[in-house]
Design a binder for this molecule. Structure first.
Ligand SMILES: [Fe+2]
Length: 341
């Protein structure tokens, strides 16, 4: 199998755009093209108190439009990070690696510890299972597409000061990328259903360690099924894609991977991508997994301490539950030689 890797990169900053006022909020778009915007830095939120519902509604409107919102130096702690996340959706994902307060660095089941620090405050050890697991996060993906009930938002918050020039998260605009596809390709893919499997992306990034996931790992995260082309919250069509995407229903593995990576490569061309630099403790980025992809820089032997914590808000939209078993059976019945569903 072809091992997929990306370099650890520190790209130049995007050219600064003109700030715009949106009520009491100031918005600086990141990527702007003729008919599309993607990513925005937002200021004017008072993070010292609970966020008024009117402000939450304004922020959701901005989120629907921009797909990725960046906030600087919020000063949020775990409790307020979670409280804000709960204003955006009734349910948050529980960290599957949470084994009780005494066994968790954050002591908080609703936050994912996605930095590079172990319980004993040392950096994650090269070649440990956690190290290899994290390599998959450096592939382009969207969070939790491998859940049959997926998540809509992720909110990543930095604690402590990152080393400047050393810490980046990269984002790709899957709405504009879809719009730019030729009509023949749009027609070819419009009805496709994709099997997403966490263990597929782990294997792509680290075949030696994750070539054969452990039985309890496989049982904990079975695959999930979602439409490839979907309507994004802003009403435009988008590609729901990730390195977790393993199979197109009714297609062979080889054919599926060829199309999936052709589309991921299309979405992640430079005109659809920006990179967020982590500048200070309290920096926070909130993205919509339904209309973007992202990736981290991979762990390296020379990395410095990075303490970032993620909340993940479960989807409550019309496509939240993906494609049902009945619909998958209907697709299989029309597809000769389809694999068992
Ligand atoms: Fe992620």
């Amino acid at each position: 199998m072809h091992v997929r890797t990306y370099e650890s990169i520190a790209p130049p900053r995007s050219e600064a755009q003109k700030p715009m006022q949106y009520g009491s909020l100031t918005v600086i778009p990141v990527l702007r093209s003729e008919d599309s915007v993607f990513g925005a830095e937002v200021s004017g939120v008072d993070w010292n108190r609970s966020i008024p519902e009117a402000t939450v509604a304004q922020l959701v409107e901005l989120q629907d439009k921009y797909g990725v919102l960046i906030f600087r130096e919020t000063g949020l702690d775990n409790a307020r990070h979670i409280a804000f996340s709960q204003q955006l959706g009734a349910e948050l994902e529980v960290n599957p690696f949470y084994y009780g307060r005494e066994n968790d660095r954050l002591g908080e089941p609703l936050l994912f510890d996605v930095g590079n620090i172990e319980m004993d405050r040392t950096l994650v050890k090269p070649d440990s299972r956690r190290w290899h697991h994290s390599l998959g996060n450096a592939l382009w993906h969207t969070d939790s597409s491998y859940h049959q009930r997926r998540s809509k938002y992720s909110i990543l918050l930095s604690h402590g000061n990152p080393v400047k020039g050393g810490s980046w998260t990269h984002f790709a605009d899957t709405r504009r990328a879809y719009a730019d596809l030729p009509d023949t390709k749009k027609k070819e893919i419009e009805d496709l259903v994709v099997e997403h499997d966490l263990w597929h992306s782990r294997k792509l990034a680290s075949p030696i360690v994750y070539g054969n996931p452990l039985p309890h790992e496989l049982a904990a995260k079975p695959p999930a099924y979602h439409r490839l082309v979907q309507k994004a919250p802003d009403g435009r069509q988008t590609l729901y894609l990730a390195a977790h995407a393993k199979l197109i229903l009714g297609w062979s593995f080889e054919e599926s991977q060829k199309l999936i990576w052709e589309l991921i490569d299309h979405c992640t061309q430079s005109e659809y991508v920006f990179s967020m630099e982590w500048l200070s403790g309290g920096d926070m980025v909130w993205w919509d997994n339904r209309q973007s992809m992202h990736r981290a820089n991979p762990y390296t032997e020379t990395m410095t301490v990075r303490d970032v914590r993620r909340s993940t808000i479960i989807d409550d939209g019309p496509m939240a539950y993906g494609v049902s078993i009945e619909d998958r059976r209907a697709i299989a019945s029309k597809t000769p030689n389809a694999t068992d569903l």
